[in-house]
Design a protein around this ligand. Sequence first.
Ligand code: NDP
Length: 400
Amino acid sequence: MGKVMVIGCGGVASVAIHKICQNSDVFSELVIASRTVSKCDALKEKLQGTTKTKITTAQVDADDTAVLTALIRKEKPEVVLNLALPYQDLLIMECCLAAGVHYIDTANYEPEDTAKFEYKWQWEYRERFEKAGLMALLGSGFDPGVTSVFSAYALKHYFDEINYIDILDCNAGDHGYPFATNFNPEINIREVSANGSYWEDGHWVETKPMEIKRVYNFPEIGKRDMYLLHHEEIESLAVHIPGIKRIRFFMTFGESYLNHLKCLEDVGMTSIEPVTFNGQEIVPLQFLKAVLPDPSSLGPRTKGKTNIGCIFIGKKDGREKKLYIYNVCDHQECYREVGSQAVAYTTGVPAMIGAMMLMTGTWMKPGVYNLEELDPDPFMDALNKWGLPWKISEDPELVE
Ligand code: NDP
């Protein structure tokens, strides 16, 4: 039993908070702290009659480390769950160190003025967390997060050595808009408009955005076009999975999404370089975010399923072996349960599970860790229990 502080109150946080409130045996108290406190208050209002978890709210700008550290010291949570934006990761880690509290997030640090994310900055905190006797758990969403746990589980139970991993992220949901993103539009568009890359034979191979396309027949969904992207778990799995030769990440996109994105890029609307408009400096991508549908409003309109998982090829007892571990999630079922679509659900549930792993001491090691470094079994059990059951196929279709 303990207290968790969630920072941020957007699409992913809303799901994690619903799940925390379903799990009052572990989370006896919850502080929701975000920039716009009215969103925290509205969620508290909705949930407090339905849960034994005691909910309080606070206004905080996580960019102000003195104020956030003071808030953490005052509230004394066991764990801070950072569900704000990747720009705040390092600042919130600093506040956790100053206040002596464990840290979790779902996305790795990205400087606001450069569309580039890598673990380097957060891994540099290892020694400081270790010395402070605190744990930082990085990337406890679905991808990264569950895909990292799937990799550790495959290695522990099915392989002597994994040589190839293909991570496949399929969202076959239809929200009815010509163009909208399923999580924060600014972060999403920065990710998909960047160069792609994959890890092969000990080094990165860079590709142009959307240069590599494959078609895959997803279980329970059918055939979809998918494109190779750079993704953060490739970086950590390349370090933590011994014997790995290649890791790729593919995400599905529909024709309408890609056509709109191309057009927005061509006219400069996805740029993060500030421009002056009517005497005021604006970032085109941030302006675009302001006119696009809010991802948290997509829940009631989105129909269809997601399928996210990993295909592994490696060796067991000297023979080649392949395995596919995946989860299928239905947008409308998620909406009925927590009022959100499946992309927020598939991220918010593992965020709650990561916090539970630390809170219960199931995963507790001072230092900075990615999820594949920890025992996957309790997390895999929790996925089945808390709404993201997984399946295994021992004869999957492979990606060429
Ligand atoms: P949203 O934009 O919906 O929510 C972000 C929340 O953070 C908002 O409530 C926002 O406040 C708050 N916030 C932003 N800046 C600050 C700040 N300086 N101080 C305090 N609060 C702040 O984003 P999502 O919920 O879609 O995404 C949340 C995180 O989840 C992102 O880091 C994203 O990259 C990650 N993610 C990870 C995935 C995974 O599988 N690992 C998949 C999808 C997302 P306000 O309400 O005022 O705007």
